[in-house]
Design a protein around this ligand. Sequence first.
Ligand code: NAD
Length: 485
Amino acid sequence: MPHEIKNYVAGQFVTSKSSFDDINPVDGSLAGTVHEADQATVDRAVGAAREALHGPWGSMSAAERGVLLNKVADGIEARFDDFVAAEIADTGKPLTQARTLDIPRGTANFRFFANLVSTSGTECFEMGTPDGAGALNYSVQKPLGVVGVISPWNLPFLLLTWKLAPALAAGNTVIAKPSEETPASAALLAEVMHEAGVPAGVFNLVNGFGPGSAGEFLTTHTGVDAITFTGESATGSAIMRAAADNVKALSFELGGKNAAIVFDDADLDQAIDGTVRSVFSNCGQVCLCSERVYVHDSIFDEFVSRLKVRAEALRMGHPEDEQTEIGPLVSKAHRDKVLSYYELAREEGANIVTGGGIPGFGDERDQGAWVEPTILTGLPESARCVREEIFGPVCHIAPFVTEEQAVAMANDSAYGLAAAIWTTNLSRAHRVARQIEAGIVWVNTWYLRDLRTPFGGVKLSGIGREGGVHSLNFYSEPTNICIKL
Ligand code: NAD
């Protein structure tokens, strides 16, 4: 039964005149109907958020806000299966992933930032003055104000809550706009917020698209103080232009074309296991996925043939099947984009080691958004398939000879989000990690990160850092107070 997904404004669930379809990418069926927020709805959301800043929310202590955010986490856990089902219907991702990563990590975001904000302090200095009486110079943290949270479709719940939880913990009020492709888990979250007693206007949800729709209405709105955005780099540029007029604070987590480097001293079993994960997890739709794999010349052939065997053994199937390792892409539009890169790879002269097309199931899944896991070799570093983010289950593997060459190849990118290094030489691990132009570098692992550590990208991959106090620093504004004693 398709869901009706409404907007949530000033503590009420509201409909709109226009709506759009939420499609299940497994078989193209209708998952839900989504009410698209118009300018007036976004205006009301901004007005409610501004009012709530000065209402009960504004007078709550950080600890009191923390109690409420923990209640939200309790509410998500109470409806855990609903969240998993909503996430699967929107994205087609395997049940096992939604159950062990997306929803638990999204829930943890609320508990983590509730705890962090209740225990973090500010700095205070005792100053000397010429009269000997001294002064106290300290700062107090205040919220930024009304924050627009714009999120993508690849990890809908995890990435929305990754921004929402610290923004609320720091005392801001929020208007969230999830991706038009994946609105369902955010709609459930609005119900949980409502039931938990989050005051009206503190959390608002508006659905829609980017240009000419809710996304643009938010980024151009003079009542919005900050935009925190995860998505494509080109969208980041558009938002930056839109937000320029009233100089909004911006935090951007953008695209990547991440490198993995496999040295000849790597534990090859570990490197292959890790590369299977880093290329094909979530059907390659994680911003941190490796799309460029550089392998030492002496182990290149063995690595490629072993990765091919593993890619071909990945179990494609229904998300609800516990054995499924890889589902469809998020939409047919995205499938067409990924397929256009498979075609481009052929035109650019790639050797298609495996994949390169659409799997045939002979059932309803043939109406879905599926592509084959794909490995490419033989392209020059200048090829578009090596330079542009594809965001599908695909990598290009190229050989290198020297460490310097590997570092240079990894850094030869407009992006700088993440990298993975596979080596058993500790000195090399640190030496190379230090030189890589990326916000996060993994050694002998991938996608492992303590929530307290900084997360973000360099170059086209983003602005700023989130995680632990780095998030709170973005979502708060310090006021420096100096008292002469
Ligand atoms: P996208 O940029 O197309 O859309 C993201 C969000 O922005 C959606 O909610 C969309 O409606 C909205 N939007 C689009 N145009 C807009 C505009 N002009 N003004 C305001 N809002 C607008 O990205 P996507 O396709 O949903 O997500 C995939 C991209 O996200 C990839 O590039 C991926 O690398 C990136 N990503 C980055 C990270 C990270 O942490 N760095 C994490 C996940 C995804």
